[in-house]
Write a protein that binds this ligand. Structure first.
Ligand SMILES: Cc1cc2nc3c(=O)[nH]c(=O)nc-3n(C[C@H](O)[C@H](O)[C@H](O)COP(=O)(O)OP(=O)(O)OC[C@H]3O[C@@H](n4cnc5c(N)ncnc54)[C@H](O)[C@@H]3O)c2cc1C
Length: 402
């Protein structure tokens, strides 16, 4: 009996599991994750801002495991030896495979900027997102005692998709922070420091302006064209002039790092040929050196023939890749050749709070409340693709009443 191992129960891993569990054949599946729950990474900003509790964006992995076909193992992967076909875990135990799907997802990327890892908060999984919310509440409670204005300041580093969505949720929950601090909501100061001036280049200017100008209207202070040079305890140092190298300092007791992500460190630790933790895979989604090893989701880079650049890492493409890798493994086990991956983006929509959003559906621009409706439908769709009807009914977003 062939052994198919899936590493990571995120979007890509669970989608692959769904396809494999639904197929007939003489094979067994082992699903491995360091947690015993799946979380919707696209909603992490809401846990960080406290607009959703962690249970709302996660569910037990065993909910989707068919035990007659699959064994779930909760372990942390340390390395993968592709020549020996052996996975080594952090606890030094090992597992073997015939076919492997690597779907270990993303990590925070510091770009080598000093102080980021030590002094900024990262938002990469449910624990780190929840830690941000607890940190925020603690700063607010401390303000009541000390009246230190830095405790009311929140700096989001990076105005990419993640940073913008986080700012939207922070604005939305400002009342909670203000109440904890005993101040007015407008006294909670929100900043965003960003290196470039043209924000969210994936959207046409009119659309990104809509999102940014709303956040500005709601009180977010954008410092754009200001590359961050260092994070010190409670201080962001950013450059104000490229030629002279002049810098300024912004002090705040909450500094959240959302400038970018890389793929899991396991890729580099396992000698995959990876750039920022992403492996440039074949069009079939296999590792160029091992045709029984599929690399999918945020640890993978697939060339978009239209632009000759890798597709951006998104949940949408991770789901498609997981599905495709599983189908290709079924083909290989059947003695057929794997087929190439094709991807057509359905568009993307960024939320700014619960009732506002903006983005593209296909090629159509959407904004405001209708866009927020679409965003919830997109999230319910991906929840359905990993967790099925049961999880959509339990965790789906149906509050279409605003
Ligand atoms: C705030 C935010 C908003 C986003 N919004 C959108 C959006 O609107 N639309 C969109 O398409 N994308 C969005 N994204 C991007 C999207 O979340 C990622 O592209 C997606 O999560 C990648 O899916 P994945 O399956 O590759 O990995 P992940 O979802 O990261 O899952 C990886 C899994 O691997 C497990 N794992 C990791 N390391 C180990 C290890 N060493 N051993 C064992 N298990 C391990 C993790 O526990 C996790 O279950 C957003 C991301 C963030 C952070």
């Amino acid at each position: 009996m062939k052994e198919v191992v899936i590493l990571g129960a995120g979007y890509a891993g669970l989608r692959a599991l769904h396809v494999l569990q639904g197929a007939k054949g003489d094979f067994h599946i082992t699903l491995i994750d360091k947690n015993d729950y799946h979380y919707e990474a696209t909603d992490l900003h809401e846990v960080a801002a406290g607009t959703q509790p962690r249970d709302r964006i996660s569910y037990p992995i065993m909910d989707v495991v068919k035990t007659n076909k699959t064994t779930f193992v909760q372990k942390e992967v340390a390395t993968i030896d592709r020549d020996q076909q052996v996975i080594t875990f952090k606890d030094q135990t090992t597992s073997t495979y015939d076919y492997l799907i690597v779907a270990l997802g993303f990590e925070s990327e510091s770009f080598g900027i000093p102080g980021v890892e030590e002094h900024a908060l990262e938002m990469v999984d449910v624990d780190s997102a929840e830690a941000i919310y607890h940190h925020l509440l603690k700063q607010m409670q401390d303000y009541k005692q000390t009246k230190n204005p830095d405790l009311l300041k929140i700096v989001v580093c990076g105005a990419g998709f993640t940073g913008i969505e986080l700012l939207g949720s922070l604005v939305e929950n400002r009342k909670t922070f203000a109440k904890a601090a005993g101040v007015k909501p407008e006294e909670i100061k929100l900043y965003c420091v960003e290196a470039v001036t043209r924000l969210l280049p994936m959207f046409e200017e009119k659309l990104s302006d809509y999102g940014i100008s709303n956040l500005v209207k709601w009180g977010v202070n954008f410092l754009t064209g200001k590359p961050i040079k260092e994070i010190k305890p409670g201080v962001v140092i950013y450059q104000t002039d490229v030629e002279s190298g002049a810098t300024e300092a912004l002090s705040a007791k909450t500094i959240i790092w959302t400038t970018g992500v890389s793929g899991s460190h396991v890729m580099a630790d396992s000698a995959f040929s990876a750039r920022r933790g992403r492996v440039m895979v074949n069009q079939t989604l296999t590792d160029p050196e091992h045709d029984h090893v599929y690399v999918v989701g945020d640890v993978s880079a697939v060339l978009d023939p239209a632009t000759n650049r890798p597709y951006p890492t998104t949940a949408q493409i991770a789901l498609k890749m997981g599905q495709h890798a599983a189908k290709n493994i079924l083909r290989q086990m059947n003695g057929e050749q794997p087929i190439d991956f094709h991807f057509e983006s359905l568009g993307s929509v960024a939320s700014i709070g619960n009732t506002h959003a903006f983005g593209l559906v296909g090629k159509m621009a959407v904004k405001g409340y209708p866009a927020s409706f679409v965003k919830k439908a997109i999230m319910d769709r991906s929840l359905y693709q990993t967790g099925g009807v049961k999880e959509v009914l339990a965790k789906g977003r149906f509050d279409f009443y605003h």
